[in-house]
Ligand binder design. Structure first.
Ligand SMILES: Nc1ncnc2c1ncn2[C@@H]1O[C@H](COP(=O)(O)OP(=O)(O)O)[C@@H](O)[C@H]1O
Ligand SMILES: [Mg+2]
Length: 284
């Protein structure tokens, strides 16, 4: 098993190395990076390239580690037991009917090797990563209700992503292979755009990229636009048939670039950008 990038996804050399290192070490690959830099897509593309079905677990602030293992649906069982006189209570007797399997259970018991994505682990509370340490390390856990040991038949290829909203515990980090997706440089970004818009005119691309990187480099920006926002913006520019001239700054240009709402997501950032335009004009 070796990952070499795909036609839909631009992977830099160091990212490919990281993926293959995690495969070799049989450790989870922890991918950090700004939102929109292709962390979730990486898991989708790698699993597809390697022919592994992908099980996804999207973490929210309320997600508990146990939900990834299993949950015991006591409420349904109680309800069924109250109705048991009707059907003889066969269903109620078997506790397996009330165990809701989580993604880890599914991944561990899959017939074929699978990939598992634990997406945005930093959303959960601070205990969450520690609560999964043993399960991810040993690839097994115990179900007390059914008295079964659930053990992975094949070690799943595990991807864990983080937007860096919270620090992760050291004990957890020690067990992962780590990779930070750096924000793409201009060349890499061109390649990414090319994957999504193969027929984009070079002049439009150059002008849009200039506006994009100028925007990103504004000092004091609250939320820097990222790859996915550039792609959204380009899509809109194409859909609205925006002429090249609207992007290139003329001498009297003080207006914002068209559809800037795809790139800047709050009013302070927009006014910062306006200030910059005014300053540029005054310096001419
Ligand atoms: N390296 C890349 N190659 C191709 N498309 C990319 C790449 N990085 C980001 N994208 C685009 O950006 C979008 C957002 O990526 P996503 O994986 O959701 O980011 P993240 O999970 O890091 O927030 C993707 O749907 C894809 O269209
Ligand atoms: Mg994501």
């Amino acid at each position: 098993m070796k990952f070499q990038g795909t036609s839909n996804y631009v992977a830099t050399q160091d990212l490919m190395l990281a993926v293959n290192a995690a495969i070799t070490l049989k450790r989870p690959l922890l991918v950090k990076g700004e939102p929109g830099t292709g962390k979730t897509m990486l898991a989708e593309e790698v699993s597809q390239a390697l022919g592994l079905p992908l099980l996804q677990w999207h973490i929210k602030s309320t997600t508990k580690a146990q939900q990834g293992l299993y949950e015991y649906d006591a409420v349904s069982r109680l309800r069924d037991s109250q109705l048991a006189e009707l059907d003889g209570g066969e269903r109620v007797k078997n506790i397996h009917n009330y165990i809701v399997k989580g993604v880890l259970w599914q991944a561990f018991t899959a017939k074929e090797p699978v990939a598992l994505l634990i997406d945005e682990i930093d959303k959960a509370d601070i205990e969450f990563p520690n609560d999964l340490l043993r399960e991810l390390d040993r690839m097994e856990f115990y179900c007390y209700e059914t008295r079964e040991l659930i053990r992975a038949q094949h070690r799943p290829l595990v991807f864990i992503t983080s937007n860096n909203e919270k620090e992760l515990p050291d004990a957890f980090l020690r067990r992962c292979f780590f990779h930070y997706i750096k924000f793409p440089d201009a060349d890499t970004m061109k390649r990414i755009v090319d994957v999504h818009f193969p027929n984009l005119k070079q002049e439009l691309l150059t002008a849009a990229m200039k506006t994009f990187f100028d925007t990103r480099n504004l000092p004091g920006l609250k939320k820097k636009p990222s790859t996915s926002e550039l792609l959204d913006w380009l899509k809109l520019l194409l859909a609205e048939d925006i002429p090249l001239s609207a992007l290139q700054s003329g001498d009297d240009r003080v207006s914002l670039p068209p559809l800037i709402g795809a790139l800047l997501k709050n009013e302070q950032d927009v006014s910062l950008f306006e200030k910059l335009l005014h300053m540029q004009r005054n310096h001419r």
